[in-house]
Design a protein around this ligand. Structure first.
Ligand code: ADP
Length: 361
């Protein structure tokens, strides 16, 4: 049985770094809180999270490569090389980061970029890291520069340089660390500095899931939640989940509750799923209120674009980060918007979806 020790650092332990105060997480949540249902909520993540690599659905190429990395590390009896996972929220970065140490039978410590406001916040994680263990840093792109510089020698040479005192009396103490593995997760690999990115020997990008994979996830999780779901309903939820397992899980939870209240058997039939989804105002492409507001703002205020992210965000009164992380990736992938050097623009498909005429050329 894998030995796992999870040391989770509460974000409230430390004040957010200065550049993070612009868009703290609470502000993001407030911006999203237009109802009770949040398809991005993390509430059910841990209950339904796959435990081992064999339970991870989809992302076949990524999983195959990680399997090879694990096998090689086991054979060499050496820690895994540092691994960077990037991709939109809810696609399985934390899942993979927790599966890997379990597969290796090693320990994991969990923290996140915004909660590491100074090197002293990172130091205990580094000194506590046992041989071969994993240090998972979520939102690694939000690590302040001073922390980033502090982690370089730790990742490269397994040592830290601690400066004691200041001025003429300053001394640098070199402390060696156990060989460990950093798994970084980011929704914005583009925001990572080149030196930090280069320290990750392994990099994997997670993409949106195929409907077929989401159907498998929904079927499995319906069993875990001890609810019955017909194939047709699982198919519908998969289509409406925007290629994102977290959204599929959250919709499944909502529909299970809806079925328990509205249906005599509690079974999730196609009709029950349709009615429950309609109540959350999720449309046939899986777009939610915030996505449609984005498209409407681009149409009504910016005449279809091009418009800059900041301008759209200010008009919608939503942090730009939220739009860039949670709204735009799916709109881009669905071909509803495009990014041009001059800004975001609606595509003909978006006008069709909004059922409005495109502006005259
Ligand atoms: P991220 O860290 O990328 O935001 P998570 O790893 O927290 O996403 O995933 C959110 C939830 O989605 C998890 O709790 C898990 O239940 C589900 N999930 C994600 N990826 C998979 C997958 N490949 N197979 C099955 N379930 C998944």
């Amino acid at each position: 049985m894998a030995r796992e020790r999870i040391i989770q650092q509460s974000a409230t332990d430390n004040a957010p770094p200065a550049d993070d105060r612009d868009h703290p997480e609470s502000e993001k949540m407030a911006a999203m809180s237009d109802g009770d249902f949040h398809s991005d909520s993390h509430q059910f993540d841990d209950d339904l999270r796959p435990q081992y690599l064999k339970d991870v659905v989809g992302q076949r190429k990524v999983v195959e490569r990680i399997q090879i990395m694990l096998d090689a590390a086991r054979r060499r009896k050496e820690p895994l090389g540092h691994l960077l996972l990037d991709g939109p929220p809810g696609l399985g970065k934390t899942t993979l980061a927790t599966v890997i140490p379990r597969e290796l039978g090693t320990e994991i410590q969990i923290t996140s970029g915004p909660s590491l406001s100074a090197p002293k916040d990172l130091l205990p994680f580094l000194t506590n890291a046992s041989y071969g263990s994993v240090l998972f840093i979520d939102e690694i792109h939000r690590m302040p520069p001073a922390v980033e510089e502090f982690i370089y020698p730790a990742m490269e040479d397994y040592r830290v340089d601690i400066t004691l005192g200041d001025g003429l009396n300053a001394r640098t103490l070199n402390m060696s660390l156990q060989k460990f593995c950093v798994i970084g997760a980011t929704t914005r690999s583009g925001m990572l500095t080149a030196p930090l990115r280069d320290r990750f020997v392994n990099r994997e990008h997670l993409d949106f899931y195929e409907e077929q994979d989401l159907r498998v996830i929904i079927g499995r999780n319906a069993r875990k939640l001890q609810t019955t779901i017909v194939e047709d309903a699982a198919h519908l939820i998969a289509i409406r989940s925007r290629g994102t397992p977290r959204k599929a899980n959250n919709l499944l939870h909502w529909i299970r509750d809806y079925a328990a209240v509205k249906s005599s058997t509690g079974e999730i039939t196609r009709t029950v799923a349709e009615d429950a989804i309609a109540m959350q105002e999720i449309d046939h492409l899986g777009l939610e209120g915030q996505d449609r507001r984005y498209l409407n703002t681009l149409h009504e205020v910016f005449v279809g674009g091009p418009a800059g992210l900041q301008a759209i965000a200010h008009t919608m009164d939503v942090p730009p980060d939220t739009l860039e992380d949670e709204v735009e990736p799916f709109l881009l992938r669905s071909g509803l918007i495009k990014r041009t050097p001059r800004g975001r623009m609606l595509t003909p498909k978006a006008y069709q979806h909004l059922d409005v005429e495109p502006p005259a050329a």
